[in-house]
Ligand binder design. Structure first.
Ligand code: HEM
Length: 198
């Protein structure tokens, strides 16, 4: 077996994971009255509205930790662009015919940057919505812009999140065990991340 994720990496990942799910559910409750029952199920509208921004700060802190741990491995290279062009093979599960991959493939790297940039936009727009009363009415376009940016960044990260969970649990077998127990088999490493294995 080979160590893929240290304990610290796994703890940071799962703090981000659980907090993101809470933000997703409460955020959807605020997004449309049709999903308001989610806030009721999570302790009520007032409680959800109180905790949502604080949970947002925890999520951003976890994302900053992820940046410090993984940003160096997430740089997009020419090899990633080559891998992206051959993505059809990845979809057909023909990993052996793909250009060799380092610790992360291009899809994982794009997801990382989507969550990082999305997190930054959610933070800026979220703080503006948290302290709306402090924004003077003459700058009301800022209030409207905050809502638009928050919803757009939220929806973009939800799209990435759905693909990430699907890939990590249903498509790439062994990936989920690695982010829970930390280890992968040599065979798994050779198949999915040949350069990293070497
Ligand atoms: C809550 C449900 C989640 C599940 C089931 C899940 C699953 C996984 C799995 C299986 C891996 C290991 C993939 C591998 O090394 O091959 C992983 C890695 C990773 N996760 Fe998650 N994750 C979740 C939430 C999140 C969230 C909310 C973020 C947002 C910041 C995130 C960010 C990452 C990143 C950046 C990696 C490393 C690169 C990658 O594999 O994409 N995860 N996750």
């Amino acid at each position: 077996m080979i160590l893929r994720y240290t304990l610290k990496e796994r703890i940071v990942h799962w703090v981000a994971g659980f907090v993101y799910v809470y933000l997703l559910l409460t955020g959807l409750a605020f997004y449309t009255p049709k999903l308001y029952w989610l806030a009721v199920a999570l302790g009520g509208g007032t409680t959800s509205r109180e905790w949502h921004p604080w949970a947002g700060l925890v999520f951003v802190a976890a994302t900053v930790f992820m940046y410090r741990m993984w940003a160096a491995d997430m740089r997009i290279t020419d090899a990633d662009r080559e891998w992206s062009r051959a993505i059809g093979r990845y979809v057909r599960n023909e990993d052996a015919h793909l250009p060799p991959v380092g610790r992360y493939n291009a899809g994982q790297k794009y997801f990382f940057w989507l969550m990082f940039l999305g997190g930054a936009l959610l933070l800026i727009s979220g703080v503006a919505m948290w302290f709306t009363a402090s924004i003077p009415w003459s700058l009301r376009w800022l209030r409207h812009a905050a809502v638009l940016v928050h919803v757009s960044a939220g929806l973009a990260t939800i799209g990435g999140f759905i693909i990430h969970v699907y890939m990590g649990t249903a498509v790439v077998r062994g990936g989920f065990t690695s982010i829970v127990r930390g280890e992968v088999s040599e065979e798994w490493a050779r198949t999915h991340h040949r350069m990293w294995k070497r």
